[in-house]
Every structure is written in structure tokens, then in C-alpha cells.
Design a binder for this molecule. Sequence first.
Ligand code: NDP
Length: 250
Amino acid sequence: MTPDGKHALVTGGGTGIGLAIARALADAGAEVTITGRRAEVLDAAAGPRLHPQVMDVTDEASVTRGVAQAIAARGPVQICIPNAGIAEGRALHRTDTEFWRRIMATNLDGAFWTVRECLHDMRRAEWGRVVAISSIAGLRGLKGASAYTASKHGLIGLIRALSEDYLGTGLTFNAVCPGYVDTGIVSRNAAAISERTGMTEDAARATMIAANRHDRLIAPDEVAQAVLWLCGPGSSSVNGQCIEIAGGQV
Ligand code: NDP
């Protein structure tokens, strides 16, 4: 089964990696719901086969409503991409409960609610693809980012458990784990590191580039192509896996 004609839902689909994934799926013929909190960002990203849906992944009622509206408009979701996330780093001694909860709510609770709401129809149809956007922080400890690291490890745990729960039902659950990708997150991180350490933003950016091992930032479309493969016919035997896309960081 190819993505052609399928309904895909990409959280955080209005920007960065999510938008690249949404465009790749749309180019492959899927009807793609792109979600996020900001209507103006989603409207700017909308186009042929790209349909905006406002939805806050930290709010269960918003996710339930948003997924239901997408299903009412375009039918059951067959491809679900939990991608929405925030990447902010703080050492644990500077991490207050509000910060911890905000990271977990976005990166982990949001994926839980989104996948659960899409799962009912996938189980009925006995076909579905879920590809979560984790991070190299889901595979190893990322210095100065304990909450983010815990949330991205949690996401991989969720994917691995789901691949066991629904084994042999026609559904697959996988994750991709990018290193530093050229999106707003890297720019915002460079600004935050610069403010915290006094390092220039260019120097902060250079440390992220060097961490990727192949000495460059990753293009959002590189992540999108891996996700596209995990949603297509060539990967139907791949389940419960996490693909590192970081030039060999882990
Ligand atoms: P962006 O900041 O461009 O994308 C994050 C997206 O998540 C935005 O579209 C944002 O939309 C959405 N989002 C954030 N909070 C919420 C919320 N509460 N409800 C709904 N949507 C939300 O960065 P990236 O594209 O880089 O990040 C995408 C994913 O990739 C994240 O999960 C990130 O952790 C992961 N990742 C990124 C890496 C990188 O180097 N860039 C490396 C590894 C992983 P809005 O604000 O409008 O709601």
C-alpha cells in the first residue's frame, strides 16, 4: 500500500520537519492534515493536499476534537506522524516542575493522545502507519537537556510497546531520531546557548553542526524521505524500530 490517496495527519505540520514530511506525503498522493496551534502558520503552509487543522497537543480535548474534525473532513487517518515538539534544554538543577511538565505535555502526552485517537480506525481497517519524530536524545543522554531527553526516550518506549501490542494486525510503529536539523529549533537553541554562555550564535551553531558527525546540519527533507519510506510498501516488515538520522552520532 502506498501513501497515494491515504489520509495522513502530521502534528506540528506547519513548520520545519513536520512541513517537509507533510509535503513529501502530499507529493506521494496522500491527503495530509497538518496541525499546530497557530492558524496563520498553518494557513500559510496549506496547499494542494495540505489541509490545516488547529490543535494543541498539550490539551486532550483539543486533540480529540482536532482529530475528529480531520476524520470528518477526510476519512479515517491511516498514517499518523506525531512530530510536534519543543526542544529546550536546561540542567536538572534549573528545571522547575512547570518546565518539566511543558516538555512532557508537548513531546509525550501529545503523541499519546494523537496516536490513540487515530488508532481506533487503523485497528478496524487492519492497516496503519505511525512514525514518531523522536531525536538522538531518544537514543542517548543529551547534555543539559534532561527533560527533553526523557521525553524523547519516552516516545521511543511508546513506539516499541505499541509495536508489541498490535503485532500482526497490519499496523506498524516506528520512530526516526534526527540529529541537528536546519529548522527554527536550531536557530532558537543557538540564541539560547549564546545568551546563557556568552558564546556567539555562530559558535553555538557550529557546536551543533559538529555534533552531527558528518559536519553539517541535516535538511528537513532528509528526515521526510525516511518517514516516507516508513509509510510506504518497502518497509512493511519494519516495526518497532528507531532510525538514527544524524550522520552516525549514536
Ligand atoms: P519547529 O519548531 O519548526 O516545529 C515544532 C512544531 O511543533 C511547530 O510546528 C509547532 O507549531 C508545533 N508545536 C509545538 N508545540 C505544540 C503544541 N502544544 N500543540 C501543537 N503543536 C505544537 O521545529 P522542528 O521542525 O525542528 O521540530 C519538529 C520535531 O522534530 C520536534 O518534535 C523536535 O523535537 C524534533 N527534532 C528536531 C530536531 C532539530 O534539530 N530541529 C532534532 C531532533 C528532533 P505551533 O508552535 O504553531 O503550535
